[in-house]
Structure formats: C-alpha cells, structure tokens
Design a protein around this ligand. Sequence first.
Ligand code: GLP
Length: 240
Amino acid sequence: MKITNLGSRDHASFYVACELFNQISEQPKSILGLATGGTMIEVYHYLVELLLKNKQDVSQIETFNLDEYVGLSQDHPESYHHYMQDIIFNPYPHFSKDLIHVPNGVAPDLEEEAERYESLINQQGPVDIQILGIGENGHIGFNEPGTPFDSPTHVVDLTESTIKANSRYFDNEAEVPKQAISMGLNSIFKAKRIILLAFGKSKREAMMRLQEGKVNPDVPATILHEHPNVEVYVDDEAMP
Ligand code: GLP
C-alpha cells in the first residue's frame, strides 16, 4: 500500500472527487461506499460541482454510508443522515431516495438494524469504490481498536479518544453519542477499490502506524494492507 502526498487538502479532495465522478459517469449503476466527517466535506463539494456542471445522471447510483450515531434522529444536525443530505443529496437532488442507505441510529432494535444493513450490502454489493477517512486512533468507519477483522455491520461502543475527537462537532463532549452503528471491517474489506484520505497533523500518527506495514488490530486501518486495491492520499501535514 502506497501513501501518496498530494500536497494539500484541496488538491487531494479534488482528485478524489474526480475519481468518484468518473466512476459514476463511466458506470451509471455504480455502488459507492461513502464516509462522513470533516475530511470528506471538500471532496463532496467538488463532487457536487462536477455533477452539476455535467448534469450527470445519478438515478441508478446506489450509496451505502459507513456509519451513524446511535440516538440521533435523521434531522439532528450532527447525524450522518443530515450531513449527507446537507452536503450531497440536497445540493444535487437527483439521486434515487430508495438507493441511498445510511444505518438507522434510532431503530428500535439496533442489532436487528445492523443485520438488515449488512444483508443489504451483501445483496446489492460489492461496493465499487469505498471512501474512508481515518480516526486519530486509526479507526475506519467506527471500528475502534481491537475490532475483529471479520466483523460485519455492528453496534459499537465509542472510545474516549473518538468521543473527544468528535466533540469538536458538538456543543460539548457530553453531547457526543456513546454508541454508533458501523459497517464492520469485513464489510469494508469487500469493496472492490478503497480510497483512504487523511488530512492535518492530528492524523499523522495514525498514518505513521499505517505506514509500518504490519496488520495490527490495535490500528484497525492496518487491515487494508491485506486488500488488493487500496489507495491512500494525504496532505503535507498528515504525511508520515
Ligand atoms: C469519524 C467517522 C469516520 C471518519 C473519522 C474521521 O468518527 N466515524 O468515518 O472517517 O472519524 O473523522 P474526521 O474526518 O472528522 O476527522
């Protein structure tokens, strides 16, 4: 696995947006695995710009989001449902609603919801391109350190590190949900192509651990060393 420094967040975001756009335009029935978080904001801004400029048909594009907080309703401003609507699906309102999938963090039975989501990915998949950010502790999706590599979509207890890191999006740390539903490491691994992005100095340590090259359950992203088709793009600050 090669870590490529594209210099700036802006360059890397535009590059990945172009890759997503090309996948969509070349294969109108593509399945995209989408991530949320601060890392993806500019990628999606550029993607929407490309879709608008090219009046791209996305009616057959299917999307699966990686994760959702438990307990946040779809209209909560920090829910990943809301994030996706706000950043992609409202600015480019041509996706088919029934082909957009985000785990339901307020499902009455969370285990059942995780199983439903995993079955749907298996039924519809494989994902053509899976986009990933990375947590400061090396998590992908919300797969925290120690997550078994064969995990399917599951309910996760968030670690202190993740709660602290993500408190920047909430009024205070107490408001950060303590659990999430996340695609598992095994669900992510099934994608045909994986693109991981990391920006800023807070991600540098995770990138250093990824660069060590060893598969280590304490750094969940290292499972990607075993995947045949992974690209990693960083900016100057995250470059190990
Ligand atoms: C979050 C999300 C991940 C995301 C990562 C980095 O907790 N669950 O999917 O990739 O952590 O987030 P950010 O891009 O905001 O730094």
